[in-house]
Structures are given as structure tokens and as C-alpha cells.
Design a protein around this ligand. Sequence first.
Ligand code: ADP
Ligand code: MG
Length: 139
Amino acid sequence: MIYRVENIEQTRALAARLADTLVGGEVVVLNGDLGAGKTTFTQGLARALGIEERVPSPTFTFMRHYRGRLDLYHYDMYRAQDVEELYELGLYEPIGDKDAVCVIEWNKFDDLRAPIVVSLIGVGENEREIRIDDPRGLL
Ligand code: ADP
Ligand code: MG
């Protein structure tokens, strides 16, 4: 489904709608250029999972873990040079965890099973086109 949002709040609200359908074990891949709103979307999703902490970009650590109604593993692989290193660091281990949701910016794993794919495109200062390809057929 393709959604059109006009501001940050609507991006976060759409992310919250997605969050409300999550039961654990899902992987959400976020696509889009720098500044498209991937981290903003993740923040809306985190809030809806009951995570009250700030959710900054995990750019330098590749991944951050939060506890909420479901655990959230927030990945950002933008600066990952070596995909093998991600596996060696154990970063693949949370993928598919039944009590968690994994949200990935700049995905470099090539063996994700049936991820929910969210693609954000800037169409103006605050407008975004957000396409959600949901293999569950819910959104
Ligand atoms: P990314 O993680 O894709 O690089 P961020 O979420 O970090 O992007 O940044 C998005 C930027 O765009 C922020 O500065 C945010 O304030 C701005 N922005 C403006 N309108 C929107 C919107 N509708 N949705 C998301 N971000 C928006
Ligand atoms: Mg980001």
C-alpha cells in the first residue's frame, strides 16, 4: 500500500499503525535516501511499542536494543564496510527473535525472510510518500 504523509507526526502515526500489528518475530526493512525519514519512522514505531527512551540513529554502533511491549532492535548499517563483520559481531542473532521486532536502516543482510519493506521518498520539505510492502497483507 502507498501512503502520503504531510508532516513528521503523520509519519510517526503510520509507524504506530504498523507497530500495532506486530506480534514479535517481524523484520522491518526501511529504504530511502538520507533524510527520507527512516529514523523518524522508527521513533514512531518505538513509541507505539511502549519504548519511552529517545531513539537516536545507531549509525556508529550499527544496532541498539530497547525494551518495550516487544523488544526493538534498531539497526543502521550505513557505515558498515564489511558485512561479514556484522555477522561476526553477532548482529544477526536477534533477527527473527519471537519476542522482538528488528527494524533495519541501510540493510546489508541478504538472507532476511519475508521482511516488511517500508520505502520512504521525499516529495517536498515535509511530505513523504511511504510505500509499505507487507507480506502479511495487513498494511
Ligand atoms: P533518515 O533516517 O531516513 O536519514 P531521519 O528520520 O533521520 O531520516 O530525518 C528525516 C528528516 O526529515 C528530519 O530532519 C525530519 O525532521 C524531516 N522531516 C520532515 N518531514 C518529515 C516527514 N513527513 N517524515 C519524516 N521526516 C520528516
Ligand atoms: Mg536514519
